[in-house]
Design a protein around this ligand. Structure first.
Ligand SMILES: CC(C)(COP(=O)(O)OP(=O)(O)OC[C@H]1O[C@@H](n2cnc3c(N)ncnc32)[C@H](O)[C@@H]1OP(=O)(O)O)[C@@H](O)C(=O)NCCC(=O)NCCS
Length: 156
């Protein structure tokens, strides 16, 4: 069984391992970057773990008022396409919605088909693009999930 729960500082080493399997060297976050996520203001960091407490995925969002930024989502490369990313995203959206968030922004490399599909399946729409955002020829798409507060089950 896979459990989704809030992350803590003790998860840092396992999160760094996920980071290494999830991103090219030039795009990996440093340990300091992840520590800031785990301890910073307004962050929602959730992890997915199996029964053996192996960390299979992580998501982090930053909330400012009624808007949240989806900073990162990564699933272990041998565990993908089993719905873990979807569960993490749903749980992350529900958590920020409970904080009063109405819309969520995400930046993603234009050729990251897996993430774009995942976001669009969860109601994100393309808002714009940033040329060369991740380096020459590596453009970013900006996606936005609107009306999170109108989702069925949202607090009124
Ligand atoms: C993006 C990522 C988190 C998806 O995690 P996942 O656990 O594989 O996602 P799920 O199994 O929940 O997939 C849900 C849906 O997303 C879409 N999707 C996921 N991976 C896909 C792929 N490789 N190609 C196309 N669509 C994909 C599909 O619509 C999928 O539903 P389906 O399997 O029923 O077709 C994972 O691929 C990953 O960690 N990538 C590396 C890190 C990264 O790029 N993160 C995003 C930027 S921060």
């Amino acid at each position: 069984m896979i459990t989704i729960s809030p992350a803590g500082p003790a998860d840092l080493a396992a999160i760094m391992e996920l980071e290494r399997t999830g991103f090219d060297t030039g795009e990996q976050w440093s340990e300091t970057g992840w520590r800031d996520e785990l301890t910073g203001d307004g962050r929602t960091v959730l992890v997915a773990a199996d029964d053996d407490q192996r960390l299979l995925g992580v998501i982090t969002l930053r909330t400012t008022g009624e808007v949240a930024d989806l900073h990162r989502i990564v699933v272990a490369d041998d565990q993908r396409r089993q719905g873990i990313g979807g569960r993490l995203l749903e749980a992350g959206l529900a958590a920020v919605r409970a904080l009063g968030v109405r819309s969520v922004l995400a930046e993603v490399r234009f050729d990251n088909e897996a993430a774009i599909e995942l976001y669009q399946r969860n109601g994100f729409e393309q808002l714009g693009a940033r040329t060369d955002y991740y380096g020459p020829g590596r453009h970013a798409l900006i996606l936005k999930r609107y009306d999170l507060d109108l989702e069925p089950g949202a607090a009124t």
